[in-house]
Ligand binder design. Structure first.
Ligand code: FAD
Length: 229
């Protein structure tokens, strides 16, 4: 199956939002949280890289991705060099990092482009339910808070959704949360042990957050995670 690039724009330096379509399909069916895999020949071998879908299923053959450029990487520079109309081999949608218990309270924790599956899940799910949902989104600098406007708008529309942006290198004018996401994840959970925690991003954050949750008595079935590296 081919994916064709429809449009793209930069969200901040080295992070790009892509809109693709699948010309062979009228409709791409996927569940929020799933990913697609791109396949490309590199030095005589096929390499495959998964990318979380950042958009909500909308009955069309389009889907959106949020990618950061890994400068020494093999596939992400190829994607950043693509122009509209160009095509790439694609597999999927795949993966089981989807909402496990739609009726259960949940905290979502992401760093960087790890927010992609949560954009899909939260935009689709938060308006439909009344259970509390929170997103703890970490990055270094304020302009790198990906999809901030979407999440602020969602929080304004849905009283059950809390958006908790966290900056590790804030400007002095920043009045919000600072440091790493892990302590803010624990704060937003408090003494509760009956909710689900979803983690997505690079291994370092995911592993640290999992260890903290396990130390605090979380059942491993309530910790759902996807590691990007
Ligand atoms: C299920 C899943 C979903 C993913 N979804 C996304 C997504 O939505 N957006 C996205 O940008 N990436 C996502 N990734 C990561 C992506 O698949 C690639 O690993 C990434 O684009 C690097 O590929 P590359 O070929 O350019 O680099 P490679 O040639 O594979 O080299 C990668 C090297 O860069 C390091 N690295 C630095 N930053 C990253 C990073 N952000 N991700 C991975 N490796 C990194 C790795 O440790 C590794 O050593 C996802 C990964 C998985 C497993």
């Amino acid at each position: 199956m081919k994916a064709r690039l429809v449009s793209f724009h930069d969200l901040c330096p080295d992070v790009r939002h892509f809109i693709f379509e699948v010309p062979d399909l009228e409709r791409l069916d996927f569940q929020p949280g799933q990913f697609v895999s791109f396949v490309r020949e590199f030095e005589g071998r096929n390499i495959t890289r998964p990318y979380s879908i950042a958009s909500v299923p909308n009955g069309s053959n389009r889907f959106e991705l949020c990618l950061n450029l890994v400068r020494e990487g093999r596939l992400s520079p190829v994607l950043f060099a693509m122009d509209t109309g160009e095509e790439l081999e694609m597999k999927g949608p795949l993966g089981v990092f989807t909402l496990r218990h739609p009726d259960r309270e949940a905290v979502f924790v992401a760093t960087g482009t790890g927010v992609a599956p949560f954009r899909s899940i939260l935009l689709a799910h938060a308006p439909k339910v009344t259970v509390p949902l929170a997103l703890v989104l970490g990055t270094r600098y304020e302009p790198n808070l990906l999809y901030r406007a979407d999440f602020e708008d969602l929080a304004a529309r849905c009283p059950n959704f809390r958006f908790l942006p966290v900056l590790s290198r804030p400007e002095p004018a920043w009045r919000g949360l600072t440091g790493h996401v892990q302590p803010h994840m624990l704060d937003s959970i408090g003494e509760r042990r009956d909710l689900d925690v979803y983690l997505c991003g690079l291994k370092l954050m995911v592993d640290e957050a999992r260890a903290l949750l396990k130390e605090r008595g979380f059942d491993r079935k309530q910790i759902l995670f996807e590691k990007y590296d």
